[in-house]
Write a protein that binds this ligand. Structure first.
Ligand code: TPP
Ligand code: MG
Length: 793
């Protein structure tokens, strides 16, 4: 075994504080090198088959090399969780490589198929990524809601509380703060008194296109402070601070403080000569400044003038370690985009890549021998064994698994169907949850509901009355105490199981993402249910996609939906969401018509969101009360409801026509079917509960060369028979059914903005009423293939 011998004593030296700083500086160098090299390799050295630029962000990566080295190699504890700004992915991979959690092979295939991902991905890069990032702003918001999820679990003692809580840390680009979702989260976080949250802002004053406005960041710290955050600004490094302390040094500080972002960036790019020219012009009258000029050649002057605290390991460590309490803290770290690289500070450097010559020069300056580019410690002053030992000894390396395996929550075999001859799916949902709330089951204990100010109007009232609202502190229900009559009980406490949000659907989806990852993140599963109005899914859609992208598991209940919420009008009516239900990966969608279907599906959903290869589930529900079928769902029918469709009225042998409906238009479809049956007694009525499941199954079955659920169902009709599909949604949701078995299809649905009205008027105007279905049936029959049997007869 190799040992480092010190002073001939034969004693293995531990990492002293001074050594630690040297190690960290060496590793910072290596992280910068590896991230830059990884991108270079992908763009210049790997075969390129399609002529596309591979990309990667050398400048954005260089900007955070110091901050991330400090975090990962010194500051992070095993329970901390991090969202890394998307464009620092190469730095992240380099760090994981040095920690032994990433392979060289994957680095060599960075941005290639099966290689290290362009932006850190929980599902594709695996274990080491706590939060995926990519769409700027969302990772930052996610940390805030993860801290809320952690509080929820700890205050209920659902996770062990012997260890201190983890810090939820976002490493954000400064331009990420242009994204409104961050401020929506900030306000919500203030209301919930979030803790253990760090946002480290890489303030390189550049975005993708340009240098960012000077004026904006002047307001940012005040904004955070207003929300109760501590703001720590890391502006100048030790070299600059020492220069400021010299005679006339304060003039230099004032000069830099007043220097516009764009000029500072341009001078960073120009280097020593550029600084000298400007400083000479502005400050040469001060003898102390002239002395500083004399002490620095162009190279050291450049080093001095770019010595911002975000690149000064000492300053960064001091700032991070100084925070010992749980108050949310925003670090504004001044950095330089492309620090240490030839395009440092250049406004166009976001997508810039070093060319072959520049890389060669950089390799030499890094003292990395040719052929040793991937070696973890090549070119560093410290002996490799000591660096390796230092890395092995880090708490992060020693902690083992970063993701928890959380035990599943038992789900009862059935949920009892809410009684009522007429009811809406929304009402049934409220009553189903109300019944669960009244039970003493593990399921009831682990459900957590949340809603962006539509708790009552989406029918969560019964659940909330029984399970209470979550808050860090006990808060009485004032109306109740004052004996004011209300159907809602709004007492708040740490035991509450509903998290009430302000009206920001993006926050809803981020909170669902955080709660839906509570198992792997914190070790205990929660079963989150979020409710909102169907059209406002679009408001939260990027966050919803983000939640699904990282495989968070939750149930989204969207209600009311479609033009069926009639008098509310076009601004509240949804049209395209069922297409989202089909198209969104990681999300299975259902639109049941009846309460008994919903009971089957909700029970299934509680299992589905816990299955290893499962998905989140989206229910599109309605406020329209409709007559319920008098029946008991047997296991076969339950299976069909889950699979996505069943014959509500079986077609007769060789049927020429079927009507397929989905959701709240069931009464119109039933009436049309009855009317049609007078002429075509064999006509079938197909109940569709999930266009999404049917569509997926159809494609998967075709790929296997088999007939899927839809094909088997439609095989009951004669070949080429007429098929009318109808739903309160865009007709494309079901029009694909015509391709399954070659039926003559007329898809009905809504493809224009809605408007106020009642259901009869609106269904007529948008062509989904009984008459429209009958007209469509007649048209479909005309275009259907002629019936060979009849002709030959
Ligand atoms: C939602 C979203 N919009 C646009 C982009 C494209 N984009 C990638 S990086 C970037 C600028 C980021 O600037 P900043 O956050 O300051 O990061 P830096 O590269 O300076 O570290 C933009 C607009 C994106 N990734 N996500
Ligand atoms: Mg920036």
């Amino acid at each position: 075994m190799l040992r480092t011998l010190e002073g001939g004593l034969g004693r293995e030296r531990e990492a002293e504080p001074d050594d630690k700083l040297e190690f960290l500086r060496a590793l910072e160098r290596k992280v910068l090198w590896l991230s830059t090299w990884m991108i270079h390799n992908a763009n210049h050295l790997r075969p390129n088959r399609d002529g596309l630029k591979v990309g990667g962000h050398q400048a954005s990566s260089a900007s955070v090399a110091t901050l991330m080295t400090a975090l990962y190699f010194d500051v992070l504890r095993p329970q901390d969780r991090v969202a890394v700004k998307p464009h620092a992915s190469p730095v992240f991979h380099a760090i994981q490589y040095l920690l032994g959690y990433q392979t060289r092979d994957k680095l060599e295939r960075f941005r290639g198929f099966g290689g290290a991902q362009s932006y850190p991905s929980r599902t594709k890069d695996g274990e080491t990524v706590d939060f995926s990032t990519g769409s700027v702003g969302l990772g930052v918001g996610m940390t805030l809601f993860a801290s809320l999820a952690q509080d929820y679990l700890r205050l209920k003692q659902l996770v062990p509380t012997d260890d201190p809580p983890g810090r939820m840390i976002a490493l954000a680009g400064d331009a990420e703060l242009d994204e409104g979702n961050i401020f929506e989260a900030l306000l919500e976080g203030w209301k919930h008194d979030v803790r253990n949250l760090w946002w480290v802002i890489d303030y390189n004053r550049q975005s993708l296109d340009a240098v960012v406005s000077d004026r904006l960041f002047g307001r940012i710290d005040a904004l955070f402070e207003m929300m109760g955050w501590r703001v720590v600004t890391l502006k100048y490094g030790r070299l600059l601070e020492a220069a400021f302390a010299r005679q006339d040094g304060h003039h230099l500080r004032e000069w830099i403080d007043a220097c516009p972002n764009s000029l500072y960036s341009a001078l960073v790019y120009k280097g020593g000569e550029g600084w000298r020219e400007h400083l000479h012009r502005d400050l040469n009258r001060y003898p102390g400044i002239r002395a500083i000029f004399d002490d620095h050649d162009d190279a050291t002057l450049q080093r001095l003038m770019t010595n911002l605290a975000g690149h000064d390991m000492d300053s960064v460590l001091a700032a991070f370690h100084a925070v010992e309490d749980d108050r949310p803290t925003c670090f504004i770290a001044y950095t330089i985009k492309g620090f240490g690289l030839p395009f440092a500070g250049h406004k166009d450097n976001h997508a810039g890549l070093m060319n072959l010559d520049q890389m060669e020069t950089f390799r030499r300056s890094m003292e990395v021998a040719e052929g040793a580019e991937w070696e973890p410690f090549a070119g560093l002053d410290q002996p490799a064994e000591r660096l390796a030992k230092f890395l092995k000894g880090l708490p992060l390396a020693a902690s083992g698994q970063r993701r928890h395996d959380a035990a599943p929550v038992a789900v009862p075999t059935t949920l009892s169907v809410p009684r009522g001859v007429r009811q809406s799916t929304q009402e049934a949902f409220g009553r189903l949850l109300g019944d669960i709330a009244a039970s003493e089951t593990a399921l009831a204990e682990r459900i957590v509901t949340t809603s962006p100010d539509v708790t009552v109007s989406t029918n969560l009232g019964l659940w909330v009355n029984r399970r209470g609202i979550f808050d860090r502190a006990e808060r009485a229900d004032t109306f109740r105490e004052e004996h004011v009559v209300s159907a809602q009980r709004w007492a708040m406490s740490p035991q509450g199981q509903h998290i009430e949000l302000g009206i920001a659907e993006s926050n809803l989806c981020l909170l669902l993402a955080a709660l839906g990852l509570s198992g792997p993140l914190f070790g205990t599963r929660l079963l989150p249910i979020g409710t909102l109005y169907d059209p406002f899914i679009k408001r939260g859609q990027d966050a919803l996609n983000y939640a699904c992208y990282q495989d968070a598991r939750f149930i989204l209940v969207a209600t009311p939906s479609g033009i069926t919420l009639a008098p509310e009008g076009g601004a509240h009516q949804s049209v395209g969401e069922p297409l989202t239900g089909i198209a969104q990966p990681g999300l299975t969608s259902f639109e049941p018509a009846y309460a008994d279907e919903l009971a089957v599906l909700l029970r299934w959903a509680f299992e589905e969101i816990q299955r290893d290869a499962g998905e989140s589930v989206y229910f599109r529900l309605s406020t329209r009360p409709i007559e319920q079928p008098p029946r008991t769902i047997d296991p076969d029918l339950a299976e069909a409801v889950i699979a996505g469709a069943y014959w509500l009225s079986e077609p007769g042998p060789g049927a020429e026509l079927a009507i397929a409906y989905c959701g709240a238009v069931a009464p119109e479809a039933l009436a049309a079917h009855q009317a049609v049956a007078e002429d075509i007694p064999q006509a079938g009525l197909l109940a569709i509960t999930s266009p999404d499941r049917l569509h997926r199954d159809w494609r998967a079955a075709r790929a296997r060369g088999e007939g899927g659920v839809a094909e088997r169902l439609l095989a009951r009709l004669r070949p080429g028979a007429a098929l009318v599909t109808v739903g309160d949604f865009h007709p494309a949701t079901l029009s694909w059914l015509g391709a399954v078995a070659g039926n003559a299809i007329v898809p009905l649905g809504v493809d224009r903005f809605g408007q106020s009205g009642d259901i009869p008027d609106l269904y007529r105007a948008y062509g989904i009423d009984t008459d429209a279905i009958l007209d469509a049936a007649a048209r479909a029959c005309l275009t259907a293939l002629p019936r060979t049997a009849r002709r030959s007869g």
